[in-house]
Design a protein around this ligand. Structure first.
Ligand code: NAD
Length: 493
């Protein structure tokens, strides 16, 4: 923990309300200086090459997993989530570090392209270069997994990184950089800065080469606007309202088990958590009955007691309660729990049925342990309603035979068929959304390439008798190009 100084802020244990730590609110000047140091370290980090960087990243990942008890305890203290959940989160994050470290070289290898007929005398290549300094702004709900999905890929690609964790989980953010610096060959490769929103704003304006933001859609828009002033590119990983589609041929036991976990684990504070279910009316009653049965066995409580913990951010409790009330007011019914399930700092499981699509509970991200189950006449209706959302992050489809067909029609960044959350743990696939859920990707080759830029290099291999790119060009040569273009139907390039 950092030493107390002014100005500073406290992080809290949301289960007890006790102060977990005190951290500095870094000023614009301090942020700019940190970014400058990161920039100075950048050339040396690039010079280490893929092998050198891989060594450092793998040593970092080993330290993290060897200290899983320590970091899981800290994650649990700052978020309120069960230790077991925190350990799983750490393991998946470590998997991403390893994947990024091991695959960066192959993903960034120079690619050779066909030069086309007109430029047949040229060789055409595309090189990939790191950007320089990448800024990462993270949320509190998965304070290891989420930022590591940007940090490790940016580092593996050869960038240095300055990370601003959420003000709810600054201790976890500091820990990540401290452990990295135990194995770092020199300083300033990966630094954590602490503070509130203003410190994040200072990072956006600090002249970084790219910003990778994970958080709410509302903040993402502010961040994107601020970055636009400097032409700083951004990756935006925002909220969601993920649908679950259940067909009549689904394995209902599995679908209910996974959907309830997806909706309620981590106290429902998962960007890719199930928020609304569209179940075929032929199996809706059974689905609801199984969900209620399962809900009876789940309860919120402090780590060590509950299946999931408290709301990490106390202000979210109001949103959760207002969505439950709106769902009922708009015509929905409670199959399990209700407004009384919100008992600060905990929210016990809530299952709502038949909530009209226009309700705030169906439109906005609830981010709590609630699930809405609406029945539909057929899968066409389920797809249409799923796509009617302003968000487009993830989706789950449960069907024995129609999974791929339904998945192909969904407007979202990720779909799990007969599964939930799994794409987040597969390092080779990109993670991200469309519409209000953001743009750009983390994870996989696409996620790694976000932290690089393409440099096209073309080279003359031999000189042609005709040179179109010259004032000495003849009219007959121009005519030849036009004629060839016509004959080849545009296949000159
Ligand atoms: P948030 O938007 O409140 O905060 C995110 C981060 O932005 C914090 O570090 C905060 O300090 C910083 N910030 C706040 N104001 C800022 C400003 N003006 N300029 C720069 N930075 C600023 O989000 P949160 O409550 O921490 O996280 C929860 C949200 O994150 C949910 O909506 C969830 O769906 C989303 N999320 C998305 C993903 C994903 O990958 N798509 C993953 C996890 C969480």
């Amino acid at each position: 923990m950092a030493t107390k100084r002014t100005p500073s802020f406290d992080s809290y244990n949301p289960a007890t309300g006790e102060v977990a730590g005190t951290y500095p609110i870094m000023t614009t000047k301090e942020v700019t200086t940190t970014v400058l140091h990161a920039r100075n370290a950048s050339a040396q980090w690039q010079k280490l090459g893929f092998t050198g960087r891989k060594k450092v990243l793998l040593a970092w990942s080993s330290l993290i997993i060897n200290r899983v008890d320590q970091i899981a305890a800290l994650v649990s203290e700052e978020t309120g989530k069960p230790i077991g959940d925190a350990k799983l989160e750490v393991s998946i994050a470590v998997g991403h570090i390893g994947w990024a470290a091991r695959h960066a070289e192959e993903i960034m290898r120079t690619s050779y392209r066909a030069p086309g007929l007109l430029m047949a005398n040229m060789s055409a290549t595309v090189q990939r270069s790191p950007l320089g300094v990448v800024g990462v702004i993270g949320p509190w709900n998965y304070p290891i997994f989420t930022p590591v999905g940007s940090i490790s890929y940016a580092l593996a690609a050869g960038n240095t990184v300055v990370f601003k964790p959420s003000e709810y989980t600054p201790g976890v953010g500091m820990w990540l950089a401290e452990v990295f610096n135990e194995v770092a060959p020199f300083a300033d490769i990966f630094t954590t800065i602490t503070g509130l929103g203003e410190t994040g704003g200072a990072l956006c304006a600090s002249g970084i080469d790219k910003l990778s933001f994970t958080g709410s859609t509302r903040t993402a828009k502010l961040v994107a606007a601020q970055c636009a002033a400097n032409m700083t590119p951004v990756v935006l990983e925002c909220g969601g309202k993920d649908p679950v589609i259940v067909a009549s041929d689904a394995n209902l036991e599995r679908a209910v088990d996974a959907t309830m976990w997806s909706a309620m684990a981590n106290a429902g504070q998962s960007c890719i958590g199930a928020e609304r279910v569209y179940v075929d009316e032929k199996v809706a009653d059974k689905f609801v009955a199984l969900a209620v049965e399962l809900a009876k066995t789940i309860h919120a409580g402090a780590p060590g007691d509950g299946n999931y913990g408290p709301a990490t951010m106390p202000s979210q409790l109001k949103v959760i309660q207002s969505h439950i009330k709106a769902a009922i007011k708009d015509g929905g019914t409670c199959a399990y729990g209700g407004p009384e399930s919100v008992k600060p700092p905990f929210v016990q499981p809530v299952i709502l049925l038949d909530v009209p699509e226009g309700s705030a509970a169906m439109q906005e991200e609830t981010f709590g342990p609630t699930i809405i189950i609406n029945s539909v006449r057929n899968m066409h209706e389920a797809i249409e309603l799923s796509n009617a959302s302003g968000y487009g992050l993830g989706a789950n489809v449960w069907s024995k035979r129609q999974g791929k067909r339904i998945a192909a029609e969904l407007e979202c960044g990720m779909v799990a068929i007969n599964s939930t959350f799994s794409f987040a743990a597969i390092a080779s696939v990109p993670f991200g959304g469309v519409k209000q859920s953001g743009y750009g990707r983390v994870h996989g080759p696409e996620g790694l390439l976000e932290y690089t830029y393409p440099r096209t290099v073309v080279r003359t291999r031999f000189n042609l008798p005709m040179n179109f790119l010259s004032f000495k060009r003849k009219a007959s040569e121009e005519k030849l190009v036009v004629t060839l273009t016509r004959w080849l139907k545009g296949r000159l390039g």
